[in-house]
Design a protein around this ligand. Structure first.
Ligand SMILES: CCCCC/C=C\C/C=C\C/C=C\C/C=C\CCCC(=O)SCCNC(=O)CCNC(=O)[C@H](O)C(C)(C)COP(=O)(O)OP(=O)(O)OC[C@H]1O[C@@H](n2cnc3c(N)ncnc32)[C@H](O)[C@@H]1OP(=O)(O)O
Length: 216
């Protein structure tokens, strides 16, 4: 596994290159969705502050993955928007920030689920949960190697997530086999006492002959 030194910086990974291109395409500085906004509750803020403080510790090499992908898609198609960042009303849908811990090859995502993500009354939609898991496992595998596509995602829903609550989504690399990255993921309450969802995913780097997006 090759991790470039660039990734040790506190600021973003994917945003890094994209930021050089963006001003030519979009005159205004893009919004960084990983920064706190007024919709973030106390739990979300406390966890963000906790992990953000850890980013200062160079021996841990934790970094905050910013919102580069939210704008990357527009370069290819102007109306495109990253699914998880396409609702402008702060707090209405997916509020999340993702931290990557390089020494343990682990990701942790703090996710606050907004009222537009309802599935069963008062609880988060299973598709929204799977979306967040896919985002974390896909980003995690991409950070460890190169951009990937999710080939397979198995999700087990263990207990419902109350709408409006904040949860932790933690992923680890189980195995690397050639182009394939096997990642597992757990969604828990913020104190870790309640397991909401478990998942495993296989995220290979697309082969040269694959029909995946050409920009990957
Ligand atoms: C995409 C994103 C990340 C990019 C990040 C970069 C910048 C962005 C910045 C920030 C990040 C922002 C957001 C990230 C958010 C979300 C990430 C979402 C990820 C997705 O949401 S992505 C959409 C859903 N995803 C698809 O739309 C895939 C459709 N599909 C294909 O495009 C091909 O299917 C492909 C490419 C997967 C493989 O095709 P291929 O031709 O390259 O390779 P091949 O078929 O040979 O498979 C190679 C080895 O994987 C095994 N394998 C294949 N399929 C399997 C399966 N289903 N189960 C178990 N194993 C499987 C084979 O058995 C073989 O294994 P072996 O080598 O051992 O034989």
């Amino acid at each position: 596994m090759k991790l470039s030194k660039k990734k040790k910086n506190k600021q973003t990974v994917f945003c890094f290159n994209v930021q050089h291109v963006l001003p030519k395409i979009f005159p205004r500085k893009p919004r960084d969705f990983s920064l706190p906004n007024s919709s973030w509750g106390k739990e979300m803020m406390e966890l963000y502050n906790h992990y953000n403080r850890l980013t200062a510790d160079q021996s841990v090499y934790l970094c905050c993955v910013s919102s580069g992908g939210a704008y990357l898609s527009k370069i290819i198609q102007s109306k495109a928007r990253l699914f998880t960042r396409n609702i402008r009303d702060p707090g209405a849908a997916f509020e999340y920030v993702l931290f990557f811990r390089q020494d343990k090859l682990k990701c942790v995502c703090i996710f606050q689920a907004g009222h537009l993500l309802e599935g069963p009354p008062g609880h988060v939609h299973g598709g929204a949960i799977a979306t967040m898991i896919d985002t974390v496992t896909g980003t995690h595998a991409s950070l460890l190697s190169a951009p990937v596509m999710t080939a397979n995602l198995n999700v087990n829903y263990r207990s419902p997530i109350p709408l409006g609550s904040t949860v932790l989504i933690e992923s680890i690399l189980d195995k690397e086999d050639g182009r394939k990255m096997y990642i597992s993921c757990r969604v828990t309450s913020t104190d870790g006492s309640k397991l909401h969802t478990e998942a495993t995913g296989n995220c290979p780097q697309p082969g040269e002959s694959s029909e995946g997006p050409s920009h990957l």
